[in-house]
Design a protein around this ligand. Structure first.
Ligand SMILES: [Zn+2]
Length: 154
């Protein structure tokens, strides 16, 4: 039973998603992203566990794969409803609403993947602005250039 006002259920985007059980206003903390803090680069034991590893700053990662961390279910979206922000001690992150969220809305954030990571991670968020790949918003123009480059070589 989650102590946070969120629930996990199947998502139209991918697998399990994180959903609000009440309304949140912009900049309100929704749920912490909890996990073991790692100070060395984690070994990717499997593709699924890799998904939950969060680089919170250079040389520090959070392994959010624990089932006690409901935030791990949050999907990526190209038009996210939340953002991941560090708390003051920089030992964990919070999912914070970046727009008005209604009860029942899916809570999503920008996974911030690099260009190389994005190439193996298609995005299925279904938004008008979907980049087609999971990639950090500032890198999307670079992704478009990269894809054009690939097509030119075909
Ligand atoms: Zn998308």
């Amino acid at each position: 039973m989650s102590t946070w006002d969120v629930t996990t259920r199947p998502s139209a985007i991918s697998g399990q998603g994180l959903f609000a059980t009440r309304a949140f206003y912009p900049s309100e903390i929704i749920v912490p992203y909890l996990g073991k803090v790692l100070t060395s680069r984690p070994v990717k034991s499997s593709e699924s566990s890799a998904t939950y590893i969060l680089e919170i700053k250079p040389g520090r990662w959070i392994d959010g794969s624990d089932t006690e961390n409901p935030a791990r279910s949050a999907n990526h979206s190209c038009e996210p409803t939340a953002e991941l922000v560090m708390n003051e001690t920089e030992n964990f992150a919070n999912l914070r609403a970046s727009s008005h969220i209604l009860s029942g809305d899916e809570i999503t954030f920008d996974y911030g993947f690099s260009l190389s990571e994005s190439l193996f991670n298609p995005c299925t968020c279904g938004k008008m602005s979907c980049a087609g790949k999971i990639i950090a918003e500032p890198l999307r123009p670079a992704l478009r250039r990269h894809l054009r480059f690939i097509r030119r070589r075909d």
